[in-house]
Design a binder for this molecule. Structure first.
Ligand code: SAH
Length: 250
């Protein structure tokens, strides 16, 4: 299970923190680090703080967008030090580890960590199936990013070590007849849905309110498979076609 988990850091400011994250990951048996537009990387501070985990830095993927980091993932979890305006399915690190034990062999999970100064944006958090919050003292909730990665990776490792937790797998698409859609397929569906709703004048792009976040939350909760996504997109295409036809009929 630990091999199926990718740690994603978004816009990290301090290279030393990237090194601390690599070390925390390697201590717990995780190996895949992906950096979305790090401010400074590679850098000697990162390598110094990684201690013996420099191999993770050497093979870290550096990408220019969060979408790129998530494209081949099936489950995405965003970490946050505080609650945001629209509530989202929320787990603590132990519950997250329980979910992770249900990952199928070919399913990839990304855990996304935010900027040191302001965390993840709402838009980034809305790309996630779940949010994870480390239950801190409410008056002081923000951990250093390296410490946050450490806590989460520790719980993932404990879940692997505890066979009884692994035996009680949550239902998570492992025995489905059709493969689960990946994030790239879901993002394309969301774009198609948004465009169709604009076409039929259900969504006003000048005043979108929380329509897309609410629909994203709905579809992400459903964990749709590839056929389900194709069917939904087929309905959208038919809607757009019919609309064009009725426009030309008038
Ligand atoms: N001031 C920022 C905190 C950023 S801390 C904010 O209010 O969001 C940097 C990153 O560490 C966060 O984006 C998150 O990924 C992680 N982190 C820090 N504290 C956390 C907590 N209590 N639970 C989960 N993740 C946390």
């Amino acid at each position: 299970m630990l091999q199926n988990i990718r740690i994603v850091l978004v816009n990290t400011t301090h290279p030393g923190n990237i090194g601390a994250v690599a070390r925390a990951m390697k201590n717990m048996g995780l190996g895949e680090l992906c950096l979305v537009e790090p401010k400074i990387f590679p850098d000697e501070d990162a390598f110094a703080r990684a201690s013996g985990a420099t191999d993770l830095l050497d093979k870290a993927q550096v990408v220019s967008s969060l979408d790129e980091a998530l494209a081949d993932c099936h489950l995405v979890v965003g970490t946050s030090a505080r609650s945001r305006n629209i509530p989202w399915p929320l787990l603590n690190p132990r519950e997250l580890a329980g979910v992770a034990t249900g990952l199928g062999e070919n399913q990839k999970m990304a855990i996304v960590f935010g900027r040191e100064d302001r965390g993840l944006t709402n838009e980034e958090l809305q790309r996630c199936h779940y949010h994870v919050h480390i239950p801190t003292d409410e008056s002081f909730s923000s951990l250093n990013i390296g410490a946050a990665v450490q806590v989460i990776c520790y719980e993932l490792r404990m879940a692997v070590l505890q066979q009884d937790v692994a035996d009680d797998k949550p239902q998570w698409g492992t025995e489905w007849d059709v493969d689960q859609a990946d994030m790239q397929e879901l993002e394309r569906m969301f774009e198609h849905l948004e465009q169709t709703m604009i076409d039929i004048e259900f969504l006003d792009p000048e005043n979108p309110r929380q329509l897309m976040p609410r629909l994203r939350r709905l579809f992400l909760r459903a964990l749709p498979d590839k056929i389900e996504v194709n069917v939904l997109r087929g309905i959208l295409t038919a809607t757009q076609k019919r609309l064009k036809k009725s426009d030309t009929d008038v």
